[in-house]
Design a binder for this molecule. Structure first.
Ligand code: ATP
Length: 289
């Protein structure tokens, strides 16, 4: 599914939150939205999901204005992981994941729905929480259950094709440990490779470097830069968006750069090329093991 944002503007009261944003998110790609706190990332995601209408401009899904697509139809092809889920009712974990299947059945879930719930719980490593009350889980465990729910919403069982599906994730790794950050974004990448269109808000520049095909970098609701990961994750653009200096390090064994705050230099293991603020490791300086 091609997602086209056309001249998106959003005002809340007198505050202009998003200014004239235009971009395209394509199937097969993970698009990462970056920007400082308050830059407008979550507002943009709500507009891309159809939950909120822009003040001006439009979001098109395969050339169709998302605001004209019936909710029941939208729920079968796009899933959203929001930042926070406050829940006061005593649902079990599998009941939460089953909520992702609600758009797909009328009164009772089928065997296929139950199978998909189990499969998605296994993929997010939450199958062992079956029978547990959701509220009794830790923050990161709850986040993984919510991720299983959005996967279940878009899953179509054995076929598992991704054509025509849109996955929107707002800081999916915020509460996750480093292993589960990798599991979660690896899953997002796999789904993109199956043909899903995936949009992820992240704060960690290094996770963005590792998983993004495309990056949209915002500052105060305006586009700083959009393009491939290599084009956008440049010290100059990062400084503009975050008012923080970073350095970009490259290692010959890794296809993506490492971004570090400029104050934390490891001069002993670096060969410095200050011209572009880019550093290259001397790999012989590292001892494996
Ligand atoms: N309902 C609202 N009423 C007033 N201001 C709002 C409302 N929703 C968002 N804003 C403001 O709009 C701006 C963008 O908010 P948004 O949540 O999109 O930022 P964000 O980039 O997702 O931030 P963060 O990284 O902190 O999650 C912020 O300044 C926020 O205070």
């Amino acid at each position: 599914m091609i997602v086209t944002a056309k001249n998106i503007c959003c005002s809340i009261g007198k505050q202009s939150v998003l200014h004239n944003l235009s971009f395209e998110c394509k199937p097969g790609e993970v698009t990462v939205v970056l920007g400082a706190n308050g830059a407008g990332k979550s507002t943009l995601l709500r507009i891309l999901s159809g939950e909120q209408a822009p003040s001006e401009g439009a979001v098109l899904l395969n050339d169709k204005n998302i605001q004209t697509i019936p909710l029941a139809q939208l729920a079968c092809c796009r899933a959203v992981l929001s930042q926070q889920y406050l829940l006061n009712l005593p649902f079990s974990c599998e009941e939460i994941v089953m909520m992702g299947r609600y758009p797909h059945f009328n009164n009772h879930p089928t065997r296929n729905d139950h199978d998909i719930v189990q499969q998605c719980m296994q993929e997010m490593q939450v199958a062992s929480f079956t029978g547990r009350l959701y509220q009794t889980l830790s923050g990161g465990e709850q986040q993984r259950v919510q991720m299983a729910r959005v996967l279940a919403q878009l899953c179509d069982g054995n076929a598992n094709g991704g054509t025509g599906k849109l996955l929107l994730l707002d800081e999916p790794t915020a509460s996750l440990d480093c292993l589960h950050q990798q599991t979660c974004l690896q899953k997002a990448k796999e789904l993109a490779q199956l043909g899903y269109t995936v949009v992820v808000i992240l704060h960690d520049l290094n996770l963005a470097a590792q998983f993004a095909d495309k990056v949209i970098l915002l500052k105060s609701g305006q586009l700083v830069k959009q393009g491939s990961m290599e084009e956008v994750l440049q010290p100059g653009y990062i400084a503009e968006a975050y008012e923080m200096e970073v350095e970009t390090w490259h290692h010959p064994d890794y296809p993506f750069p490492v971004l570090v705050p400029a104050s934390h230099k490891m001069m002993s293991v670096l060969k410095t090329n200050n011209k572009n603020n880019i550093h290259e490791y001397d790999s012989r300086s590292f001892v494996k093991g």
